[in-house]
Design a protein around this ligand. Structure first.
Ligand SMILES: C[S@@+](CC[C@H](N)C(=O)[O-])C[C@H]1O[C@@H](n2cnc3c(N)ncnc32)[C@H](O)[C@@H]1O
Length: 299
């Protein structure tokens, strides 16, 4: 980092998984709410569930989103930013493969810049998270754990309408979520009888069989090309046969398949107009998608 940089990189011994050579990013000049911290950019490389079979997740700088099917390796300076469940920045995507972060409140000199990796990075519901907010609230890694029981059926405990996993103490609203979670404590269970690929969960195996071995095909009426899912066919029709006229942004030349997406882009990138208001805290956003992301994270 240059002498005039807003941020600096410092040694951080808080997290055992960093093996004594961890770092953190701190602030040297005040960063105001909504300022984009473009020094901390990153490139995202999608990975699939197989990745976890071959690597220890924590060997990498990995950002995991809220669904197990949308996992991205995050590379570049942003990967030095640690996670906090009440982070002072959010990811600010720059395109499908790159991102940076944006302050969600004022960050004062000396404060650490933190962000939110998603709810699965440190175990389900971040039950192993060691961030400062979890420490203060006695949550994550600092939460009192339920005692371990030997019988799987007795690993289900109902408390105040929430279900608790007695192995790791994570809470779940629905029994089906808890059941699925419990399989994550077990060894790989199921294998595909057609190609011997191993999966931790039955629903992953089902998805695999459907996409790899069951050749239902959807045919394009214009060029007769076949696709294994309707969404792939739809994407092909839109991109190859131009069923939708492309809309071009006059200010930067970026194209969109519909007027609405062009208008969201114009709000966010060019005009700063924010027509979508959060009912709970009145914060305003340039697109419904940004508003939805805010509501999911904050409320
Ligand atoms: C994306 S890197 C962040 C930078 C990291 N401190 C370093 O020195 O490379 C993610 C790693 O940082 C550590 N870490 C960051 N935030 C954490 C948290 N809230 N709880 C536990 N470990 C955390 C873990 O070792 C994690 O695998």
């Amino acid at each position: 980092m240059g002498k005039d940089s807003r941020i600096s990189i410092e040694i951080c011994n808080r997290y055992p998984n960093d093996d004594g050579c961890g770092v953190k990013i701190t602030v040297r000049k005040v960063i105001w709410k909504n300022q984009i911290i473009n020094e901390l950019y990153g490139r995202m490389a999608p990975v699939n569930e197989d990745f976890f079979g071959k690597h220890n997740v924590k060997d990498f700088s990995v950002a995991i989103s809220n669904t197990k099917n949308d996992i991205k390796l995050l590379l570049g300076p942003v990967s030095f930013v640690n996670h906090d469940c009440e982070s002072n920045t959010d990811f600010f995507p720059l395109g499908p493969k790159s991102t940076t972060i944006r302050a969600n409140r004022k960050i004062s000199i000396g404060e650490e810049i933190t962000t939110y990796y998603g709810s699965l990075y440190f175990g389900y519901n971040n039950s192993e998270c060691m961030c400062i907010s979890c420490e203060k609230k006695k949550d994550g890694h600092f939460k009192q754990q339920s005692p371990v029981q030997s019988d799987t059926d007795s690993n289900v405990e109902e408390r105040d309408n929430l279900l608790t996993c007695a192995i790791c103490g994570s809470y779940f609203l629905y029994k089906s979520w808890l059941k699925r979670h419990i399989t994550s404590h077990m060894d790989p269970l199921v294998s595909c009888d057609r190609c011997n690929k191993v999966f931790k969960r039955g629903d992953s195996l089902k998805r695999h069989i459907k996409s790899m071995h069951e050749t239902v095909s959807y045919t394009c009426k214009t060029c007769s090309k076949s696709f294994n899912t309707t969404s792939n066919l739809k994407r092909h029709e839109n991109t190859q046969h131009g069923s939708k006229t492309k809309m071009t942004c006059e200010k930067c030349g970026k194209t969109f398949t519909n007027k609405q997406n062009l208008s969201y882009h114009d709000n966010i990138k060019h005009t700063g107009v924010k027509p979508y208001k959060c009912d709970t805290c009145n914060e305003e956003f340039g697109s419904p998608c940004y508003l939805k992301r805010h509501v999911n994270k904050e409320h």
